[in-house]
Design a protein around this ligand. Structure first.
Ligand code: DQA
Length: 151
């Protein structure tokens, strides 16, 4: 079996993980993701290679998604941060690139107090959403994407 290339794409303020509101987003950084992925994928870990990119700018995220399509990335795990709830531009990009995307959130956005966080502009262009499990949301998203690509 050939390996799948998965881009883990993080939007605004997610470069501050570990420092930013740990009571909401936890104390961990992206560094622990490979270990969590190994926990969930076991021997299939060898069939997945992860690439990481974080940017605070909407346009840079769109550029990276377009680039992923050109490079032959197989799928994207996307935490668009606040752009999830605001960005028609990001939604338009996902609509045409037609890469499988899993939307992730560290926090359970549906359970948070601000009603705006319950709305996702990108939700209709993704294959699924995982929210509320901290860094494990990303590992579960990699697992879901792997299954999707394999099937
Ligand atoms: C977030 C939730 C968003 O509402 C917020 O703007 C973020 C992080 C999460 O991972 O829980 O920046 O996407």
């Amino acid at each position: 079996m050939t390996g799948y290339k998965i881009l883990v794409l993080n939007g605004p303020n997610l470069g501050a993980l570990g420092k930013r509101q740990p009571e909401i987003y936890g104390n961990s950084t992206m560094d622990i993701l490979p270990e969590l992925v190994e926990q969930v994928l076991g021997k299939n870990t060898a069939n997945v290679s992860l690439e990481f990119y974080q940017n605070n700018s909407e346009g840079k995220l769109i550029d990276r998604i377009e680039q992923a399509r050109e490079e032959g990335i197989d799928g994207i795990v996307l935490n668009a941060g606040a752009y999830t709830h605001t960005s028609l531009a990001l939604a338009d990009c996902l609509a045409w690139v037609e890469l499988p995307v899993v939307e992730v959130h560290l926090s359970n956005v549906l359970a948070r107090s601000e009603p705006l966080r319950q709305k996702s502009f990108i939700g209709r262009h993704v294959i699924g959403v995982i929210a509320g499990f901290g860094m494990m949301s990303y590992a579960l998203a990699v697992q879901a994407l792997f299954q999707h690509l394999k099937d």
